[in-house]
Design a protein around this ligand. Structure first.
Ligand SMILES: Cc1ncc(COP(=O)(O)O)c(C=O)c1O
Length: 359
């Protein structure tokens, strides 16, 4: 199995983990007596499907029809196969896997762009990886200086696009430029891409071998409890990740819930439209309030808001038992609020109106 040359050096001395080895050989069997499982207790007594080829194909068919750039033709889909896909136990496992597969502790550097999802730094530090930061800048926090990244000389860059917590999407050509001008790996966490009307970086995968896309079923797909994420990348990257991922990470019940959701996407798609409509409406209404200094343009299912009287508004939200994320450690006087149901959004809006009245 050919693995990516940037993988940790230890991987070249190892084989694929023994419990899943047989699935990657030419071996065929009708009866499997090698797993020490209980033959009397049904479907879940057996280990889950390891390769998940059909599920991956189904996933690809759907996601290649979403967030599609105009230059991507239907025929180009043939460049993508299940070998470019790895399912993970949530995308948190996905990012942890990337760190453990490619970054050598006490040697390599990860670059992140601030503000960003704090999990990247958390697990990088736990794995003994050095973390360096560069700022996002611009009116919508959607710019980065590629030269800043190159100066740091990291092995991997993590970009969160759309960004958590800002909700904004990077300027379209930046990721392409970075993949072209940078020798390391570019990881784009697209946990919220389904809420964006802009194209996904997924469609560059057949062009850039150093690009890794992280996706999740936890957000737009409404399956946070199922714990399933997705890594999309060149085959040699997926192969390397297989050496590191704990065998059977994605359980049979998880695979089955994901399959059911993918087979009936209409309800899911209509929920996205509703969330996007409610988001845009909430943004519109918030911009008129005195308690709000600015609302970032959001491509996600949450919005980041800068408050005029941070302490007072936070106290009011607490009094009305509405919990939002305090982003003030990374962005002055800011909160991040998820787009909830109409009723929840209205209650949130009422509290901010109240905060405007008393400020
Ligand atoms: C940007 C981003 N990436 C990844 C995750 C993790 O998602 P999962 O539930 O798939 O582990 C989150 C969850 O909040 C997130 O905001």
């Amino acid at each position: 199995m050919q693995i990516h040359p940037k993988a940790r050096s230890i991987l070249s001395t190892l084989a694929i983990p023994s419990p899943i080895q047989k699935y990657f050989t030419d071996l065929k069997w009708d009866i499997d007596l090698s797993n020490n499982t209980n033959p009397y207790l049904g479907y879940f007594a057996e280990y889950p499907d390891v390769k998940q080829d059909q599920l991956k194909q189904l996933y690809l068919t759907i996601v290649l029809s979403l967030n599609r750039p105009s230059y991507f033709n239907k025929g180009d889909s043939k460049d993508f196969s299940s070998e470019n896909v790895l399912f993970t136990a949530g995308s948190m496992e996905g990012l942890d896997l990337v760190l453990r597969t490619f970054l050598e502790p006490k040697k390599d550097t990860l670059c992140i762009t601030l503000p960003t999802f704090p999990a990247y730094e958390h697990w990088a530090l736990i794995h003994g990886v050095q973390v360096k930061t560069i700022p996002l800048f611009g009116e919508n926090l959607n710019q980065i200086l590629i030269e800043d990244i190159i100066k740091i000389c990291p092995k991997v860059v993590f970009l969160c696009d759309p960004n958590n917590p800002a909700g904004t999407k990077l300027e379209t050509t930046l990721i392409q430029k970075l993949c072209e001008s940078f020798d390391g790996l570019v990881v784009v966490d697209e946990a919220y891409i389904e809420f964006s009307n802009h194209p996904s970086s997924l469609f560059y995968l057949n062009k850039y071998k150093n690009l890794i896309i992280l996706r999740t079923f936890s957000k737009a797909w409404g399956l946070a409890g199922v714990r399933c994420g997705v890594i999309l990348a060149d085959k040699s990257i997926i192969n390397a990740l297989r050496y590191v991922q704990l065998p059977f990470a994605v359980s049979s019940p998880s695979q089955s819930k994901v399959r059911t959701r993918l087979l009936q996407p209409k309800k899911t798609f209509s929920s996205w439209n509703k969330i996007k409509k409610n988001r845009d409406q909430l943004i519109q209404e918030l911009t008129h309030l005195k308690s709000v200094i600015r609302v970032y343009k959001s491509d996600a299912n949450f919005i980041m808001i800068v408050l005029s009287n941070f302490q007072k508004t936070m106290a009011l939200l607490k009094e009305y038992k509405i919990h939002v994320l305090d982003c003030s450690p990374v962005s002055l006087d800011s909160i991040r609020v998820s787009i909830g149901s109409e009723d929840q959004n209205n209650k949130f809006l009422e509290v901010l109106q109240l905060a405007s009245d008393i400020s």
